[in-house]
Each structure stands twice: as C-alpha cells, then as structure tokens.
Write a protein that binds this ligand. Structure first.
Ligand SMILES: *Cc1c(COP(=O)(O)O)cnc(C)c1O
Length: 458
C-alpha cells in the first residue's frame, strides 16, 4: 500500500546532492589503483620490521580462509553442523602443542598482547585457587611494552630485572629480587630469543630459580620464528606461553589486525583456560565449556577464526620445512649483521637469532639519527625497520629480515644501508630531510600517532 507517510523521519532525509562521482568504471578503477600504489606492502619490497616478523603471507592462505564453508559458517551453528571448522581448530591446537611442547592450547585470544593478558589471568587464578597471595611479576628491562602492560592489567605489580652486558637477564639481579621478594612473586615474563635477538642462555637456570620459589614462567612467543622446530618453551621450562599466529605463522598483520594469540599451558593449568576448548570425543569434535576453574571467555565466540584457517594452512603447507624457515630466518639476520657491522655499531655483537639491533649513536654524532635513517630507507623502496625499541639500546634500529627474503634482496638491503651510512658522512642534511620520494614527506610523528588523519583529499 502506498501512503504519504515517510518510512523514515524527516531529519534523516538527504537534502542535497549525494556527492557520488560521475566517473566511468574504468576511471574509478584507475583511481583506486593509483591510491593503492601509494601504499607500501610486502609485495612492494622488503619489510625488515624487527620484532614483527613480517614474513610473506602465502596467497593460498587467503584462498582457504575464503572457502564458503569456513567464511560463511555461523558461529552459533551446532557442533554437528560445524565439524569441519572444529576439526581444523582441534588440529591447529594439536600442531601448536607439538610446536610449543605445551599440554593444552586455547585459540581464543585475538593477539599476542591479548594472549599475555590471558596467561596472566590464568597465573593469577592458579595462585588464588591454591590460596597463595602472589602479587608481583618480574619483567626484564628489555621486554616488549605489552609484557608489563598485560601483567599490570591483570592486577600484578611489576618488578624489573636488569639485563647484563650480553643483553640477557642478569642472573645476579634476578636472584636478588627472588631472595628479597620471593613469596610475593607470581612469575616472570620472558621472550626467548629476547627483544635484542639474543638467546637467553641461562633460561634453564632461571626456570629452576623461579620454580624453586613456587613461581611460574610465562613465555612471550613473539620470537618463536627463531626456534620453531629446534626448541620450544616447554623444553626451556616455561609454564604458559602465547604464539603470535600473525607473526610466526604468516597471516597479514599491521594496520590493526586481525591477529591471533593462542595460549598454551602445562597440564596443571588446563582447568584455568578460557572456554570453550575444542576436543575430540572419539567420535566427533566438540566445544567443551566445562572447565572448573576457567577464567571465563576472553573473546567472543572462538577467537579470530579466519586467522586460524590461514595459520593452519601455512603449517600444513610447510610441514617439516617449518624447521627450514627457522634456519633461514636466523641465517639471514646473521648475514646482514656481519655485512653491516663495520659501518654500524651492533648492540650485543655476537651471533644473533632471527633479528639484531643496530645502535645508531655513531650516525647521530655525525649529524643524523636513527629516525632519519629509517625514513631514508623509504626512498630505496624498503620499509623502515623498527626504531627506538628496545629501550635499553640507544638509537636502536631493529632488523628482522625473516626467512622469506632472497639473497639478492638481503644484498640490496645491505648495500642501501651502507650507502646511507656514507650519505650521512657526506651530507647528513640530505638524509635528514628524507623521504624525498614518498607520497607523504616527513610527518609530525606525535600528531600522526595521536590524531591520525587517514582521509584522502584531492
Ligand atoms: C609483537 C610482540 C608482542 C605483542 O603481540 P601483538 O600480537 O602485537 O599484540 C609482544 N611481545 C613481543 C616481543 C612482540 O614482538
């Protein structure tokens, strides 16, 4: 029936032109292509972003994640109707158990930091259930900022342990902290290899000190790419860990996600996991909501399922070659480090794992700085590395090539970095005014972080 009455209130009615372009389809396509060409991505060039493991994300992952049965499955579908998805989640849990050595895994957390938070809640509830009051968590001074943040959000106080001259946890300082505040210490959070790309050689001793004190050890698995298939957090003596699927297991990240940070735990922490966990009852795959001490849900439904599909695809495609990824990641980082160390100072200059940290003090004395070196790399079609992190290295430039890069790409990066060092000697001003070729020149870093303006205005 047609009436004069409007189905929506007048105040919502458009008054003027809608403002859509009258361009042809071809022109619109060209416009979007032109805009996308302004973007930098791993398909454009090397992305040596330390700590972030920006490896190549195989396109087959996308294909699998977009299969209708996965992409269109409703999260409230019954177990019976979701057997394929549940099987995939179960198998992924099993694969991650093998790779981490942990006894149980939850796929729910949506990122690494979220996994840390989940792990900290598990540790907290474990001690609460035991009737122990432990309020403190030890975090090394080299740690990623999310570690103290996650522990603090979970209600712990943070105590910092120093790094020694090798860039590793200072054992004497740790022993002092444990002897002074032992009964209050719930655990320690560690990354291994740590954020300066160095393997913590004393990890077994650290594990013993903490366990003798009744504390637990949390493994930040962001750097698993350096040890995958060779070692694992369980062998190193950890009780809880997270894995960044979007780093080690090749799913696109940056620009805000989505990510996935599954958490693994040892046997005695199983009952504290978020529910549901995916199980196989001998006949079919089921969601188990029945864990007596569960910390509850940390994410709607079952985590970022699309990322799980991508990571599982990567693991199946790689098989035993996961070990080779580890080898090549470590080899590539050491190759670059060796080829740059006569020009740039390397913080903790010894054999590194999958990444290493340059200290740009020398270039600063010559009138430039780490920030400018990073910006200048953009002119050479290389994404800037991670800079000014970790905080314990002055003028830090953190380089992680990953296993994906070919030798000629690595050689190109080395050549460019050497060239920039030379440019700084000749004409620091020129380097300091870089990038000269990017669509947007130097931005106000603070303003860009606090009030990002991402609109395109012609
Ligand atoms: C990336 C990273 C994290 C945080 O992981 P997100 O997935 O970004 O939340 C934590 N620790 C280290 C060492 C990292 O590199």
């Amino acid at each position: 029936m047609i009436t004069d009455e409007l189905p929506i209130s007048k105040e919502f009615l458009r008054e003027g032109e809608i403002g859509l372009s009258n361009d042809s389809e071809l022109e619109v396509m060209r416009r979007y292509k032109e805009l996308s060409d302004k973007n930098f991505c791993v398909e454009t060039g090397m992305y040596p972003l330390g700590s972030c493991t920006m490896k190549y994300n195989p396109k087959v992952n996308e294909l699998m994640a977009s299969l209708e049965g996965f992409a269109n499955l409703h999260p409230l579908a019954t177990d019976e109707d979701s057997q394929g998805a549940l099987e995939l989640m179960f198998n992924l849990q099993e694969a991650l158990k093998v790779l981490t050595g942990m006894d149980y895994v939850t796929l729910q957390p949506a990122a690494g930091a979220h996994g840390e938070f989940t792990g900290m809640l598990i540790i907290k509830k474990y001690f609460e259930t035991k009737g122990e009051v432990r309020t403190k968590v030890i975090v090394p001074d080299s740690a990623h900022g999310t570690n103290p943040a996650s522990a603090s959000m979970a209600g712990f106080d943070i105590i910092q342990v120093k790094s020694n001259e090798k860039g590793q946890v200072d054992l004497e300082d740790l022993k002092r902290l444990v002897s002074e505040q032992g009964a209050e210490i719930a655990g320690i959070m560690m990354t291994n290899p740590n954020t300066v790309g160095i393997f913590e050689e004393q990890v077994l001793e650290i594990s013993k000190i903490m366990h003798d004190n009744g504390s637990l050890l949390y493994y930040d698995g962001a750097n698993l790419n350096a040890v995958m298939g060779y070692s694992n957090p369980a062998i190193m003596g950890f009780d809880v860990c997270h894995i960044n699927l979007h780093k080690t297991f090749s799913t696109p990240h940056g620009g805000g996600g989505p990510g996935s940070g599954p958490v693994g735990v040892v046997e005695k922490l199983k009952d504290f996991l978020p529910t549901p966990v995916i199980e196989f009852d001998g006949d079919k795959y089921v969601r188990n909501y029945n864990l007596p001490h569960s910390i509850g849900k940390v994410r709607s439904f079952y985590g970022n399922f699309g990322v799980l599909v991508r990571a599982y695809t990567y693991i199946l495609m790689m098989g035993n070659d996961l070990k080779h990824a580890t080898e090549d990641a470590v080899l590539n980082a050491n190759y670059i480090r060796e080829k740059l160390k006569d020009v740039y100072d390397i913080a903790y200059d010894e054999r590194c794992m999958h990444e290493f940290v340059i200290c740009g003090e020398k270039q600063k004395e010559q009138g430039s700085s780490t920030l400018h070196i990073a910006k200048r790399l953009m002119d050479y079609k290389i994404h800037p590395p991670t800079v000014y992190f970790p905080l314990i290295v002055h003028e830090a430039i953190m380089v992680e090539p990953t296993e994906s890069e070919s030798k000629s790409r690595l050689d190109n990066f080395i050549e460019v970095m050497r060239k920039i060092a030379e440019e700084i000697k000749q004409n620091p001003e020129f380097v300091n005014s870089a990038p000269h070729s990017a669509p947007i020149k130097k931005v106000d870093e603070t303003l860009a972080a606090r009030k990002p303006d991402l609109r395109y205005k012609k």
